[in-house]
Design a protein around this ligand. Structure first.
Ligand code: PMP
Length: 441
């Protein structure tokens, strides 16, 4: 089978009629492109649509594809497990999730005992982390960042800052603090004013009953917002002084994606009390996890906590192979090198195109932010949409994100190569020019 060959032995109905029927009869609406794409095949960092057209997947199928689409080792591991015993509910011991739990614990900072609980998704893991922090501390209030996204379940929505992403009727006991966005944060660049605001919020909004703070080590949907130096450790210090825990959401930023570190929180001198992970762990297989310090998790053992598929051996087998591939193929180092080169090239693009207001990120977690006025930093949704569409014409899949949907997020599989960077930068160059022409700038 060549790169472009597509499987023909199954019913692949890419017609608009079936798609429209599906949308009419489900809650699924998310078709980001004006002219929707139907993907049919993935391999490595590439996708092919139903017409056989090839794309570079700079979205990593929503940050899930860490080691490459349909990686043969992941497929083989999952196949072998599925053929032997597809599912073994968490009531029974199975060695595959047990191995995975040990391997995940081993990625955590040394000097602590870690407890691992496997879930099916990031939001479930976030829910559990929230319950765990409230149970351990006996407090109810959680702090979260305004432009955070933590998932679609009720509890995860309750700590998701952007109003449009959170139903107003979600559970309460949450106070939001401003995100330390170094480009457009309300206190400008720096760390201290954002930490001072945590102190003020604890004193005013949650006196005496802080259960913890939840922080994405690099915000994903928020538009790739790196926590500035000292923010994570400073936040942990302040919240702990008030009796709460530090919870790191590594759903997007984990597994080597930030390049310099395996976990995003390792960029600062902080050891979280609870770490939440998903997405890249399964390379597309649904799996998440909460890894918590043993004493923090202990009171939860008294409670009923059971995810039917949580320790599903097929997903766990896939995840084990992902951890092995990340190591064997040196993908964190690759993210560091290729991401570093990519970032430099994006800065060159910014010098050339006035519609790019900011370039940021680390490793293979990068973004450009589109503006209509560089000095005023006015978010430009039209330019973002046009670059997004024009990039697709160049064979590049991006993702719109950020509170103003003015950021184009780039979170590809970690096997992206320097040749891919060259291709993507050239494509983005054309796309930015086309977008500027289309919106008359
Ligand atoms: N946390 C972060 C940072 C996320 O980006 C997401 C999902 N995009 C979640 C949690 C929720 O994960 P899931 O969609 O697997 O429930």
């Amino acid at each position: 089978m060549t790169d472009h060959a597509l499987p023909t032995d199954w019913d692949f109905d890419a017609t608009a009629a079936r798609r429209d029927r599906y949308y009419a009869a489900s809650l699924t609406r998310f078709t980001p492109f004006r002219d929707p794409i139907v993907f049919r095949k993935g391999q490595g960092q590439y996708l092919w649509d139903a017409h056989g057209r090839k794309y570079t997947d700079m979205l990593g199928m929503n940050v899930c594809i860490s080691v490459g689409h349909s990686h043969p080792r992941v497929v083989a591991a999952a196949m072998e497990q599925a053929q032997t015993l597809t599912h073994c509910t968490t009531m029974f011991y199975h060695p595959t999730p047990a191995h995975l739990a040990e391997e995940l614990a081993a990625t955590m900072p040394p000097g602590h005992d870690w407890v691992v609980h496997l879930t099916n998704s990031g939001a479930e893991a976030i829910d559990l982390a929230m319950t765990m922090a409230r149970t351990y501390t006996g407090n109810l209030d959680l702090l979260a960042l305004r432009t955070a996204y933590h998932g679609p379940t009720a509890a995860a929505q309750s700590i998701t800052g952007i109003a449009g992403w959170r139903h107003p009727g979600m559970p309460g006991n949450v106070a939001f603090v401003p995100e330390p966005n170094q480009y457009r944060g309300i206190f400008g660049p720096g760390t201290q004013p954002y930490l001072d605001e945590i102190d003020r919020t604890i004193a005013s909004a949650t006196p005496g009953q802080v259960a913890g703070i939840v922080v994405e080590s690099v915000q994903g949907y928020g538009g790739i917002i790196e926590m500035p130096p000292g923010y994570m450790s400073g936040a942990a210090e302040r919240v702990r002084a008030a009796g709460g825990l530090y919870i790191a959401d590594e759903v997007q930023s984990g597994f080597g994606r930030t390049g310099a570190h395996f976990w995003g929180f390792e960029a600062d001198a902080v050891v979280p009390d609870i770490v939440v992970m998903a997405k890249g762990l399964g390379n597309g297989f649904p799996i998440g996890a909460v890894v918590a310090k043993k004493h923090v998790a202990a009171p939860m053992a008294e409670r009923f906590m059971f995810h039917t598929y949580g320790a599903n051996p097929t997903s766990a087998a896939a995840a084990r192979s992902v951890l092995a591939i990340l190591r064997d193929e040196g993908l964190q180092d690759n993210a560091h090198t290729v991401g570093g080169a990519f970032l430099e090239r994006l800065h060159d693009l910014k010098d050339k195109h006035a519609i790019i207001g900011d370039v940021r990120g680390t490793g293979l977690m990068l973004a450009i932010e589109m503006v209509s006025d560089r000095d005023a930093k006015t978010p430009d949704n039209d330019a973002t949409t046009e670059v997004f569409e024009a990039s697709r014409e160049q064979g590049i899949i991006l993702s719109k994100s950020g509170p103003f949907q003015s950021c184009l997020r780039m979170v590809p599989p970690l096997c992206l190569s320097l040749e891919d960077v060259d291709h993507v930068v050239k494509g983005l160059d054309v796309a930015c020019q086309k977008a500027a022409d289309r919106i008359g700038r």
